[in-house]
Design a protein around this ligand. Structure first.
Ligand code: CU
Length: 306
């Protein structure tokens, strides 16, 4: 029946399209990467372990299938008894140990590269590195061309403070919400905190998740690239820890700009925050003229009880 055949063909075509759609198959088995060297290293480690696992899987399942078929029960056949074959048993014990040892060594080599921030590339943004503090989980990147940003999770938005005075706190630092703007080719170290409940910082293409927990400062880093001639690129992610009713709206964007454009943006942002603060101070004064500005008045003069 032509109509039925057409319908079947259509269904098959749709199923085929869905199966090969870039979004559906992208990084189905391994983590996303491509935005930062540590994300690439995580991805590489997954792939190495995955290939080893495939080889072991095919070897074990192949042997099993072969044995089941080749030596299946037949009338009058007596199966060979191989229990107690010392050579065989030592062989597969040593084999498994070797596989684990190789994976362990490769993993530990990769872990260092994933955890420790790289040096910024040539022409990276300089002079805004993190304050030296007693971090045991992530060393400062070598070189001094780096940018430190505090990532503050709060219900339900991310705040990014640029520690350009290198004092390790966010007072008087320029900041943004939702969109983090960073210079290309520069190691960006992140100090991840929360001011209310547990959140999780995650931009998949820039590396793994990192918990944002009240009372703790966690660390991670990335170094984003721009292709030659590219003026900006954007990486997206969102809070990866259920943190309340608007968790799904807690999005995060990282916009990568060339270093000169980043400097211009940072100057503009600093200026705008300064203007807003001045305006807010003026408004506060207008709303509350009793508020002492220069000399604090004595409590007996301004207190409610007279
Ligand atoms: Cu959250």
């Amino acid at each position: 029946m032509p109509a039925r055949a057409f319908l079947l063909a259509l269904l098959a075509a749709v199923a085929g399209l869905l199966a090969v759609a870039a979004g559906a198959s992208a990084d189905a088995l391994t983590p996303e990467s491509g935005g930062s060297p540590n994300a690439d290293d995580i991805d590489r480690l997954y792939k190495i372990v995955f290939v080893v696992a495939i080889v072991v899987f095919v070897g074990v399942e192949g042997t099993l299938l072969y044995s089941v078929l080749r030596f299946r029960a037949r009338k009058g056949r007596i199966p060979a008894q191989i229990h107690g074959n010392t050579r065989l048993e030592i062989g597969w014990t040593v084999g498994a140990t070797l596989v684990l040892a190789v994976i362990t060594v490769i993993t530990f080599i990769q872990l260092g590269k994933i955890n420790d921030p790289q040096r910024s590339g040539p022409g990276g943004y300089a002079g805004s590195g993190r304050a030296v503090y007693a971090s045991v989980d992530q060393p400062n990147p070598p070189g001094g061309e780096e940018l430190d940003i505090e990532v503050n999770g709060q219900q339900f938005v991310w705040r990014f403070s640029y520690d350009i005075d290198r004092d390790g706190n966010t007072l008087n630092d320029p900041f943004t919400y939702e969109e983090m703007v960073v210079p290309a080719n520069t190691t960006v170290t992140l100090d991840i905190v929360s001011q209310d409940v547990g959140h999780s910082w995650w931009i998949p293409k820039l590396g793994g998740k990192m918990d944002a927990l009240p009372g703790y400062t966690n660390h991670t880093w990335f170094k984003a690239r721009l292709k030659p001639g590219q003026q900006s690129t954007v990486y997206e992610g969102q809070c990866a820890e259920l943190c309340g009713r608007n968790h799904a709206n807690m999005l995060a964007t990282v916009r990568v700009l060339p270093v000169p454009q980043f400097k211009a943006w940072l100057a503009r942002q600093t200026q705008q925050i300064k203007q807003a603060n001045t305006a807010a101070a003026g408004q506060a004064k207008a709303l509350n003229p009793l508020q002492p500005t220069q000399k604090p008045a004595a409590p007996s003069q301004t207190g409610p009880e007279k």
